[in-house]
Ligand binder design. Sequence first.
Ligand code: NAP
Length: 301
Amino acid sequence: MKAIFVKKAGGPEVLECREVEQPTPGDQELLVRVRAATVTRGDVALRSMPRAILVPVGLLFGFKPMEIPGVEFAGEVVAVGGKVGRYQVGDLVFGTTTGLARGANAEYVCVPETSRLGVLAKKPEGLSFAEAAALPVGAMTARFLLVRAGLKSGDRVLVHGASGSVGACAVQLAVLAGAEVTGVCSAGNTALVRSLGASRVIDYATEDVTAGPGGFDLVFDAAGKLSRRRCRAIMAPGGRYTGVRSPTSERLEDLAFVTDLAAAGKFKVLIDRSFPLTEVAEAHRYVEAGHKRGNVGILLD
Ligand SMILES: NC(=O)c1ccc[n+]([C@@H]2O[C@H](COP(=O)([O-])OP(=O)(O)OC[C@H]3O[C@@H](n4cnc5c(N)ncnc54)[C@H](OP(=O)(O)O)[C@@H]3O)[C@@H](O)[C@H]2O)c1
């Protein structure tokens, strides 16, 4: 099969499209023919992290150094191990390869039926392969952090980095929960963030959001550029702060919550651009610039 291989830590040029052996599923694994995958900011960070750091960090958190990138995928089950119970050949599935050495920027991927780190679910009919692949990381991260920060109806919420993968999900989930949302992004993304339900949009290039006016019950830093200390002045008394620098875990309940909304047409999965498998390095360059609108897809036949 064709797969993207990481030769060594470095820039996008270390990614090479190669012929590699198609994996065989173990007893509790599924073999999925990948129809869509993505390139996330996490893929970019893992690609550039030196092995001397990646290996000990991986040992600590239980993930293997990545040989084939691609955390998110959607596709069709083409083989199942003998002990797989909930899936069969022909099922359409989506999820993440978190913790595995061989990810989904490949024609086939082997994933466990249940994983301590990643998620797997049946793809709803209402979502395309591209949408299903682009949903898990942004949606689970946004919901995990919003729930933990105690989001409630009527909250005045600031989402910093509102046009990115995590931020666009956070804006929509907060609006659906009955919050009044202010989004922060560059001027070119104002209309997009408004279309997601934000009632006000601030351009970070012309306005310092930490200088006020404030009164936010919840500040969500989806860009990883703020800090609780810098935001104190714009937080209402008793206001909460959360952001993407906090550790999160992938929870099936968060995935199911957002998937149901998306399948019902109440939540938009944003796909900025899509690339073929052979152009994953180009996709990494685009994602690494830090200005994608939502997600970047990798489409396979
Ligand atoms: N904790 C976790 O589990 C977790 C999970 C996923 C991601 N992350 C991290 O979360 C961050 C965001 O990920 P993502 O995929 O959502 O990123 P992304 O899609 O690249 O979006 C980045 C967002 O930040 C905005 N932005 C760029 N430069 C900015 C600046 N100088 N000031 C303010 N905003 C700026 C962008 O707006 P414009 O494009 O309009 O400039 C965009 O809205 C990354 O650091 C990623 O590693 C963490």
